[in-house]
Write a protein that binds this ligand. Structure first.
Ligand SMILES: Nc1nc(=O)c2c([nH]1)NC[C@@H]1CN(c3ccc(C(=O)N[C@@H](CCC(=O)O)C(=O)O)cc3)C=[N+]21
Length: 283
């Protein structure tokens, strides 16, 4: 069997076209959605993600700016920057790129972002709202995973292995899948015989950051494989799944790059659009 490719770039492009027409509608009412991204330090990969978010926002007619702070910026100063953006009426979405340098407490900063501008959905209030089913910003990578899965049919009754239990990917993905009536097993570094168990699952979502963790031999025939891993090896981006062997067994599979990544960026835009709409409605 040769899997169907879930082409993230194409799916993202179609989705962004829809967002663009929504942005145009808002603009005709005098509302210009604004995304502001804060980055502390000069990590190459982080800077490149931030620039892609910026460019993608502008491409669909949003306003976007980057606040670039030095590597040695104090926690106080980062918090002051967030506060300023919280109080700036032009700014609809605030995204603080993580990880932050050691002198800055990440939780403190995420907690400081006004929940109604937290387009990453990383603030504790929004995480709580997600788990209690209230209106919120769903984190972007999990939303992207769900969007890709929409292209593979219904999740009702399917068994899913989510590998990785992070707050930003594994756990919210498990929650969103459960909402779609999938039966979810959350696996992690302390799961015994993890790889051997994968053969039992209809869908595998891997968000670990370990290249080669999963190969075709570990998968059930016809499994759906979503690879959220992104690790740089020899200056190349690779996922958790050995694509070449997995594509022979899977029914659908995402590549890396060109799979989940473009959808993550798309969902930042999606959430910024929602923020702009909600700000306007709630005025
Ligand atoms: N506050 C915050 N929010 C985030 O959403 C966030 C973050 N911090 N910190 C880092 C991670 C990582 N992340 C990615 C986004 C897009 C791609 C992406 O578009 N990747 C392309 C490839 C890009 C390339 O080739 O370098 C792809 O997979 O095709 C990857 C990774 C967002 N993150």
């Amino acid at each position: 069997m040769t899997a169907e490719l879930l082409n993230g770039r194409e799916i993202a492009k179609d989705y962004r076209a829809g967002l663009q027409s929504e942005v145009e509608k808002l603009k005709s009412q005098g509302i210009v959605p604004n995304l502001t991204v804060v980055i502390v330090g000069n990590d190459g990969a982080s800077l490149s993600y931030v620039r892609s978010k910026n460019k993608a926002a502008e491409k669909i007619g949003m306003e976007s700016s980057i606040v670039h702070l030095d590597e040695d910026t104090s926690e106080e100063e980062v918090l002051a920057t967030v506060e300023k953006l919280n109080n700036d009426d032009k700014v609809n979405g605030i995204l603080v790129q993580v990880p932050l340098p050691d002198q800055v407490d990440e939780n403190k900063v995420l907690e400081a972002i006004a929940p109604h501008k937290d387009v990453d959905g990383f603030s504790p209030i929004n995480i709580g709202r997600l788990y209690t089913g209230q209106r919120t910003f769903v984190p972007c990578t999990p939303l992207g995973v769900m969007e890709l899965l929409k292209h593979t049919g219904s999740l009702e009754g399917k068994t899913v292995a989510v590998v990785g239990r992070s707050h930003i990917v594994g756990q919210p993905v498990a929650k969103l899948l459960t909402d779609q009536n999938a039966t979810v097993t959350l696996m992690h570094s302390r799961t015994q015989n993890m790889v051997e168990q994968l053969k039992n699952f209809d869908v595998v979502v891997s968000a670990v950051g370990k290249p080669g963790l999963i190969t075709g031999a570990d998968l059930k025939e016809g499994a759906i494989v979503i690879d959220v891993g992104n690790t740089v090896v020899d200056e190349k981006l690779v996922g958790d799944v050995d694509f070449e062997s997995a594509k022979e067994v899977a029914s659908y599979i995402t590549p890396v790059p060109g799979g989940v990544g473009p959808l993550t960026i798309t969902m930042v835009l999606n959430n910024t659009l929602l923020a702009a709409k909600w700000h306007n409605e709630d005025k």
